[in-house]
Design a protein around this ligand. Structure first.
Ligand code: SF4
Length: 254
């Protein structure tokens, strides 16, 4: 087990080096941070994008670990939480639990545009006939709007989650922004060590058999022996909501 992932207290670390000369050069950051610890990746991101960095969290089954590492570095970093208005009430209460437990001071709950909902999903059934469109107005477009004021963001994706995430880079370009993935190299065992060592509370639905939690209509318990994210959009080709599908759209075009 690598010690870099199991620190239970805010670390005293040495720097992994200055930010690359071109501040938005994702490839240079990715090369610099390829073997760095989550804490070092977060610290580098904070230094590189002062006042311009946000964390995006679903407050899902595994979210506590990234949020713990973020809180170790800077509890005041903005954390963007996309409330699609289709979330489990357990996720909303878990958000509040983690805010208190980790001392996060700037968690922003982002909701869809009321006018977009009225126009494109007035009967609340879009998720049953066009999930990409539903994710568009409830996740992708709200996040694109919110990130307009930021130079970069951070996600909690891991390579072990499989699918398109299997080759996840530690740093990616997202249009004009940088996207940091501090947990990309983390293994599931290491993630569980952090949960235990830091006594992080678990999402209430994990004990009921859910291994990945999103919106109520699109989340199911995975089959026995299935992959972690099998319960998301089960039976459909869809495996991602769209916020990681490429550069976020310009809000003016959404
Ligand atoms: Fe809509 Fe389902 Fe996407 Fe949630 S996950 S925004 S309910 S399609």
């Amino acid at each position: 087990m690598s010690q870099i992932f199991v620190e239970s207290n805010p670390p005293q670390r040495t720097s992994v080096g200055a930010a690359p000369a071109a501040p938005h050069d994702a490839a240079a950051f990715a090369a610099q941070l390829a073997q760095a610890s989550p804490h070092d990746i977060i610290e580098t991101a904070v230094r590189a994008l002062p006042d311009g960095l946000a964390v995006v969290s679903s407050f899902g089954i595994e979210s506590a670990v990234l949020l713990k590492f973020v809180a170790d570095v800077d509890r005041s970093l903005p954390v963007l939480f996309l409330d699609t208005l289709w979330l489990f009430k357990e996720t909303l209460s878990y958000r509040d639990t983690l805010i208190t437990r980790l001392g996060l001071t700037d968690v922003r709950t982002i909701t869809p545009s009321p006018s977009a909902l009225a126009l494109r999903d007035p009967k609340l059934e879009l998720c049953f006939r066009d999930r990409d469109a539903c994710c568009g107005i409830r996740k992708v477009e709200p996040l694109a709007r919110e990130l307009e004021g930021f130079d970069g963001w951070m996600s909690g994706r891991k390579r072990y989650q499989g699918g398109d995430r299997g080759a996840l880079a530690v740093v990616e370009a997202d249009g004009p922004r940088l996207k940091f993935n501090p947990l990309a190299r983390l293994t599931r065992a290491e993630l569980n060590v952090v949960f235990g060592a830091s006594k992080l509370p678990r999402h209430p639905l994990e004990a009921l058999g859910f291994s990945s939690v999103g919106c109520v209509p699109c989340t199911h318990r995975p089959r026995a022996g299935g992959a972690l994210r099998d319960g998301r959009w089960g039976g459909l080709a869809k495996t991602e909501c769209g916020i990681h599908a490429g550069p976020l759209p310009s809000p003016g075009n959404s």
